[in-house]
Design a protein around this ligand. Structure first.
Ligand SMILES: [Mg+2]
Length: 439
């Protein structure tokens, strides 16, 4: 019997703030980081990988939260874990002492998500399949058994989910063929970081269109006159047929969001992302009503399935971002994807950071193949940063994510990366004092 022998964790940080990559109105100087998890087993070569994404300070806190879950993992039979991924998740989420720290939100929930994702990675590796395919090949009954329907049944019951999944099953083989042939649409945020000059934004926007992207996204929310100028410049640069989304990263109060978005009305915005607090469901609904027809979205900081349920029930959003590393792992994201499909809300997965593209592509592809059956009215975010640190990096070609073929969740980092970027004592952080002072 193969056993999980250890849950090892690493504090890995990349000094991205030195280049202002990733800068937005709320996060001016992120150092993209991962609290990285390895589930080790007693079978040589068999491990599962996962991580929580943070933007620097606090990554040590995140790591300690993952360490607090070791007793739920070490010594378990691998077959018991991967044979009951729903039960595995429920035991960690239901740990009553740790649950006090949430429940089902924040650092502890992200920690649980990292461990759950590592277990799915392990399961897909053992099956010899990329995760999207592993999920697609589950029966509707197996998939539904991984989901915790607690607090959801006023919006979605297990029986309804089964009906949806059985209906989607009929044309699953064709969609797998379509996915393998076409890939999954991507959009890019690379031109739009707030710290970039107008010239750099325009150059990167032109390059994005030339590379096949049909939508770009600009960060907004610091200064309305700057945003009006940058959005108009971007529109001039890309022409009328390319989508331009804007992302305020929670910067505004509700009245400010409404006033600001009205100022951008001549730009024909594809969607307005995170206009206000991610917790403010009624506020999002008010903004959406006031700025229609501009589509409103949120989700990358939405804690859990219960909040997504309310966003849908309240008609607060036109589309949502899911994030592979914020909620309680694959299980909870499957619940969110089923809810979105039931309510007819489009999903534009959040990515970027470090490794988020690698993870979330699998969820979007599984959604297309096995759940919603849709991909052409949606797209996965893409940012061309830090992919070189992954053993199975994303491949984006002609504006589309190519379906990964290697077994697993694409979460594994190179061993050299773990050593070089280990915080605070890896070589990447032992720099000359002059460089450190300049930061
Ligand atoms: Mg965003």
């Amino acid at each position: 019997m193969t056993k999980i022998t250890a849950l090892d964790t690493y504090d890995v940080r990349f000094p991205t703030s030195r280049e202002l990559d990733g800068s937005d109105a709320m996060n001016p100087d992120p150092d993209y980081s991962a609290a990285y998890v390895v589930l080790r087993t007693d079978q040589p070569g068999l491990e599962g990988y996962g991580f929580a994404f943070t933007i620097g300070r606090g990554n040590d806190v995140q790591k300690v939260a993952i360490d607090a879950l070791a007793h739920h993992v070490s010594g378990l039979s691998v077959d018991d874990v991967i044979g009951d991924l729903g039960g595995f998740a429920k035991r960690m989420i239901g740990d009553s002492q740790l649950r006090w720290l949430g429940p089902e939100k924040g650092v502890m929930h992200m920690a649980i998500g990292a461990v759950i994702n590592a277990a799915w990675d392990l399961a897909a590796r053992m099956a010899g399949k990329p995760l999207w395919r592993f999920i697609a090949d589950m029966t509707p009954e197996q998939l539904v058994a991984t989901i915790d329907f607690r607090y959801l049944t006023d919006a979605l019951t297990p029986e309804e989910a089964l009906t949806m999944l059985h209906a989607a099953k009929v044309s699953k083989p064709q969609r797998i063929a379509t996915l393998l042939a076409e890939g999954y649409p991507a959009y890019t945020t690379s031109p739009g970081w707030l710290g970039y000059s107008d010239e750099k934004m325009q150059r990167l926007a032109r390059e994005a269109v030339a590379a096949g992207f049909r939508t770009i996204k600009l960060k907004v929310g610091m200064n309305v006159e700057d945003d009006v100028r940058r959005c108009r410049l971007a529109r001039e640069t890309v022409g009328p047929d390319i989508g331009i989304a804007v992302d305020a990263n929670q910067r505004w109060d509700v009245p400010d969001a409404i006033a600001w978005l009205r100022r951008l009305s001549d730009v024909n915005i594809a969607w307005a992302e995170e206009p206000t607090s991610p917790d403010d469901i009624i506020g999002h609904a008010a903004i959406r009503r006031a700025v229609t027809p501009v589509p409103v979205s949120t989700g990358e900081h939405t804690h859990n399935r219960v909040m997504f349920k309310q966003l849908f029930q309240a008609g607060a959003v036109d589309l949502v971002q899911i994030d592979a590393a914020r909620v309680g792992g694959v299980n909870e994201n499957l619940a969110i994807l089923l809810l979105a499909a039931k309510f007819g809300v489009r999903v534009f997965p959040h990515a970027g950071g470090v490794g988020l593209c690698e993870l979330v592509q699998h969820l979007a592809m599984a959604d297309f193949v096995a759940i919603s059956g849709k991909k052409d009215d949606r797209a996965i975010e893409f940012v061309d940063h830090l992919h070189e640190h992954f053993v199975d990096p994303v491949i984006v070609r002609n504006g589309c994510y190519i379906a990964p073929e290697s077994p697993g969740f694409s979460a594994q980092m190179h061993t050299g990366t773990l050593a070089h970027y280990r915080y605070p004592d890896g070589p990447a952080w032992r720099e000359p004092a002059s460089v450190a002072r300049a930061r």
